[in-house]
Design a protein around this ligand. Structure first.
Ligand code: CP
Length: 336
């Protein structure tokens, strides 16, 4: 392995990280478009590392990344751990199930315990909004929000932006402006917006980068306050939402957060809000289909679209690794 590593050229130098003034990534409050674009550009450099025969660089050697998951995850946890190891960081993996939380240990004491294992950065997912912010106040380490309640999932929005920017460029539609790559572009987000941290983070990020976002779903699942964000519109009409869109992102119904109220029958929901091929015909000619996962096939999106040639679903998952490599690198190395 060492011999093989010695035969490949050194990693490309990431662009100057404008993200360096940030200690944490909790949401996009206080992030500028320039800083976000710098992260996306750094992720492109990381993708070059992952395309090499030896997909590992020593950038984070000596650092320890702890993944603290108080809620289930497949994509986010695995790609953060892959991103850390690809940069030679050590990884501590904590999942609430099977931990001493079940014996009554508090979150704060859990954090203190893991701090004794000398972690430098905590990747935190929790079902309650605000927990990553609280941990950031308690620790000297860096904290990355990996999804808190319905509040924010910033690295998901980053990987969505990274994936869509690349797909539009490959389709011959490169950004006219470097720092506002989605100027003139529209993202339609369809489904259970009310409970979706992905919808909120995408609405913040896509508009920060110059685009327009249409949030669509049953009226009871459309939080009015989101329409106060400049560049964000709400509609309960799926055909209106997708017309002219550059990408249509379907969201699953979050039954675990929904409770007994407000959803019509699943059959009625599917009839009115499932994204189908006929909807894509109303979108822009190049329009892409996106989904953050996990996906409930043939509920929020027809399988033929999710698996079709205009689907970015698998590319979104793959983008999670270089994007999260860029986040870890920028917060750990960039802050020095
Ligand atoms: N998109 C997303 O957060 O997926 P996981 O819940 O599998 O991490």
């Amino acid at each position: 392995m060492i011999g093989a590593a010695a035969q490949v050229p050194p990693p490309p130098t990431p662009p100057a990280a404008a993200a360096r003034r940030h200690r944490h990534l909790l949401d996009f409050t206080d992030w500028t478009a320039e800083e976000v674009v710098s992260l996306l550009d750094t992720a492109e450099v990381m993708a070059q590392v992952l395309a090499r025969p030896v997909k590992r660089v020593p950038a984070l050697q000596g650092y320890t990344v702890a993944t603290l998951f108080f809620e289930d995850s497949t994509r986010t946890r695995l790609s953060f751990e892959r991103a850390a190891r690809a940069q030679s960081a050590d990884v501590i993996s904590f999942a609430a199930g099977g931990s001493s939380l079940r014996k009554g240990e508090s979150i704060r004491d859990t954090l203190r315990t893991i701090e004794q294992l000398q972690a430098d950065l905590y990747v935190v997912r929790h079902p309650s909004a605000g927990v990553p912010h609280q941990l950031a106040r308690w620790t000297n380490g860096a904290v990355v929000n990996a999804g808190d309640g319905r509040h924010a999932h910033p690295t998901q929005a980053l990987l969505d932006a990274y994936t869509l920017r690349a797909a539009l460029t490959a389709a011959g539609l490169p950004p006219a402006e470097r720092e506002r790559p989605f100027t003139g572009r529209r993202l339609a987000v369809v489904g259970d917006v009310e409970h979706s941290r992905v919808a909120r983070s995408n609405a913040e990020l896509f508009t920060l980068l110059g685009g327009e976002v249409v949030l669509c779903g049953p009226a009871a699942l459309l939080p009015r306050e989101l329409s106060r964000l400049p560049g964000v519109h709400l509609t309960a009409d799926l055909r209106e939402a997708v017309t002219g869109a550059d990408a249509v992102m379907a969201l699953r119904i979050q039954h675990e957060r929904l409770g007994p109220k407000r959803l019509p029958s699943l059959a009625e929901y599917v009839a009115r809000y499932q994204v189908r091929p006929a909807h894509l015909e109303l979108a822009a000619p190049h329009a892409f289909v996106m989904h953050p996962g996990p996906l409930n096939r043939d509920v929020e999106v027809a399988s033929e679209l999710a698996d079709g040639e205009r689907s970015l679903v698998e590319r979104q998952v793959a983008s999670g690794v270089p994007v999260r490599m860029a986040v870890l690198y920028s917060l750990l190395v960039g802050k020095k």
